[in-house]
Design a protein around this ligand. Structure first.
Ligand code: SAM
Length: 421
């Protein structure tokens, strides 16, 4: 970045450069020094602009390719992408073009490209941007789309991409009284008991935040703990706990929860969340593969590709390329095998991942059943309000997709299975 004080737009381009060029996630960058110079509202604007650009990137590139003889340097391309998305979605033409041209002209490396940026963005503000609405719904990059089309078919992936483009509303899980939280926040009660807000604004300003009456958690992410059906006094292990959404559900049910996470920094978030909601759990920083103990039940929310969360995190398909996923899949099966050794006789384990990839869901359970034939998959545990029996898979797990509950605005992609020893 150049030396003058960063603006929201300049920081949004920086975010795009880091995500697309350096493979970093937005959440990793947003706390950097670069962003400390912005006030809270400018920071939120920068993140919103980058998020909207990533959601519309496929469309922006289609329009830009019609104007560019050859692709410019990534930084210039990202500037054009940001400008194109803003201009095609109602941004103020004069403000957008003059600020972005100014930013490029002051950049010592790319200053010479200011004429190009000016010419292309002026065209986008005119007729070149008009086809925006008629272009196809933006697609995921091929490295992710191709295997997903293989697994689900083109029609399903098109429907999922429609939900990704629309983005996600904010869901809350109530500590005890979901109806009261829905009333206080003006939210809608979803079939599974989560509360969905249409226009949330600042989370910490919502009624009941200070009192710890609820926490933010996608409706699909709230289902694994419901499926585990924690009972008062049961000894339950949450071996991949941070930031603690599921730990709080287990603790709110009165279970005696041990919450483990390998990341001390992320475990601090669990501590903060428990303190705000007035709930308790025993926190341990450590590796789930080395943990010892004997538990009535385990909720294994394993680290995964997070490809089920793209409607909230459109940076993911551009920051990642799938090269880390093989290692994650190996870790998931090792965690499953080890966790099962920690169950008391007759105990139960819920395995889940916020992933769309069958390799991290259905295949994990199929392979587990081949390795350990005495285990049983409990399909009855999936009989909950809001769950369509058609979502139950051949091996007895639950496949949740972003295009489900379309009338309510979709849900995160998840895979969940309940296993009995
Ligand atoms: C999907 S997130 C968990 C989300 C959490 N259950 C919730 O509901 O808020 C996966 C977590 O696994 C943790 N993790 C990764 N490898 C681990 C390991 N070997 N042992 C314990 N935790 C691990 C990560 O630090 C991350 O916090």
């Amino acid at each position: 970045m150049t030396s003058s004080r960063p603006s929201a737009r300049r920081s949004a381009v920086y975010l795009l450069d880091q995500i697309i060029g350096e493979g970093r996630l937005m959440s990793e960058i947003a706390n950097e020094r670069t962003f400390k110079g912005l006030n809270a509202s400018e920071r939120a604007t920068a993140q919103r602009l980058a998020t909207e650009t990533l959601r519309g990137l496929d469309r922006a590139d289609r329009l830009l390719n019609r104007q560019l003889r050859k692709p410019p340097a990534l930084h210039v391309m990202n500037t054009l992408r940001l400008g194109t998305v803003e201009l095609c979605t109602g941004g103020d033409a004069h403000g957008v073009v003059s600020e972005l041209v100014g930013l490029v002209s002051r950049n010592p490396r790319y200053g010479k490209q200011k004429g190009l940026v000016n010419a292309v963005l002026r065209k986008m503000a005119g007729d070149a941007g008009k086809p925006w609405k008629d272009l196809r719904i933006p697609r995921m990059p091929g490295w992710l789309r191709d295997p997903l089309v293989q697994g689900y078919g083109n029609g399903v992936i098109n429907a999922i991409e429609k939900v990704h483009f629309a983005g996600a509303r904010l869901d809350l899980t109530a500590k005890s009284d979901a109806q009261a939280v829905a009333k206080a926040t003006g939210g809608t009660l979803l079939p599974s008991g989560s509360i969905r807000l249409d226009d949330a604004g600042q989370v910490s300003a919502l009624p009941g935040f200070e009192a710890g009456d609820w926490w933010v958690q996608d409706a699909a992410a709230a289902l694994p703990a419901q499926i585990l059906n924690p009972q008062k006094g049961e000894k339950i292990l949450d071996p991949c706990a941070a930031p603690g959404g599921k730990t709080m559900q287990l603790a709110a049910a009165g279970a005696d929860v041990t919450a483990l996470d390998v990341s001390e920094r992320r475990l601090e978030r669990v501590q903060e969340n428990l303190a705000r909601t007035g709930l308790t759990a025993t926190l341990i920083a450590g590796d789930a593969l080395e943990h010892e103990g004997a538990y009535d039940a385990i909720l294994l929310d394993a680290p995964c590709s997070a490809t089920g969360t793209i409607r909230r995190h459109p940076d993911l398909p551009y920051a990642k390329d799938g090269s880390e996923f093989g290692e994650l899949i190996g870790l998931q099966s090792a965690m499953l095998d080890h966790a099962l050794t920690l169950l008391k006789p007759g105990g139960r384990l819920v395995y889940c991942t916020c992933s769309l990839l069958p390799d991290e869901g259905e295949c994990q359970i199929e392979e587990l059943l081949e390795r350990t034939p005495n285990l049983k998959v409990d399909q009855d545990a999936l009989a909950l309000a809001g769950i369509d029996p058609a979502w139950i898979t051949e091996e007895g797990g639950l496949r949740l997709r972003p295009d489900y509950w379309a009338d309510h605005g979709g849900m995160d992609g998840f895979y969940i299975a309940c296993i009995h020893t």
